[in-house]
Design a protein around this ligand. Structure first.
Ligand code: THU
Length: 130
C-alpha cells in the first residue's frame, strides 16, 4: 500500500458529523513504519482533531518521533490545505525538506514541503535563553 492508499482508506473512518468533511492522513516515519489518522469531531469540540494530528499521535504512540513523508486526502475542490495548527505540528516532527503530498479524492495532487507550508516555524531554538 502506498501512503495515498493508506490515507484514502483511513479517511473512510473519519468521524465528522458536524463538518461532514472527511480527511485522511498517512505518514511514513524515519523508521519506515506507516501511521494513519483521520479527523475526529466531537460534541464539546465540533471542530475536532485533524487527520494530520491523528497520524502524528499514532506515530508517537508507536514509539517513533520523526516524519519522513506525509500524505493527506479529502474531497475538496483543490488538494486539501493543512490548517495552521497542523502545519506547526508537522513542522515540529519533520525536517523542512520533508515532502507533503496533498490530494483530492478525484485525483488532483499538490506536492510541497514542510518548509514551504510553514516558513519561519516557531521552534525550541527561540526558547534557548530560558
Ligand atoms: N481537517 C483536517 O482533518 N485536516 C486538514 O488539513 C483540514 C481540516 C478537518 C478538521 C475538521 O474535522 C474538518 O476537517 C473541517 O475543518
Amino acid at each position: 500500500m502506498t501512503l495515498l492508499d493508506t490515507a484514502r482508506a483511513v479517511r473512510e473512518n473519519a468521524h465528522a458529523p458536524y463538518s461532514k468533511f472527511k480527511v485522511g492522513a498517512a505518514l511514513r516515519s524515519t523508521s519506515g513504519a506507516v501511521y494513519a489518522g483521520c479527523n475526529v469531531e466531537n460534541v464539546a469540540y465540533p471542530e475536532g482533531t485533524c487527520a494530520e494530528a491523528g497520524a502524528i499521535a499514532a506515530m508517537i504512540a508507536g514509539g517513533d518521533k520523526r516524519i519522513a513523508e506525509i500524505a493527506v486526502i479529502a474531497d475538496s475542490p483543490q488538494p486539501v490545505s493543512p490548517c495552521g495548527g497542523c502545519r506547526q505540528k508537522i513542522a515540529e516532527f519533520a525536517d523542512g525538506d520533508v515532502v507533503v503530498t496533498l490530494h483530492t479524492t478525484d485525483g488532483a495532487v499538490l506536492q510541497t514541503t514542510v518548509f514551504a507550508l510553514l516558513p519561519g516555524v516557531f521552534d525550541a531554538d527561540y526558547m534557548s535563553r530560558v
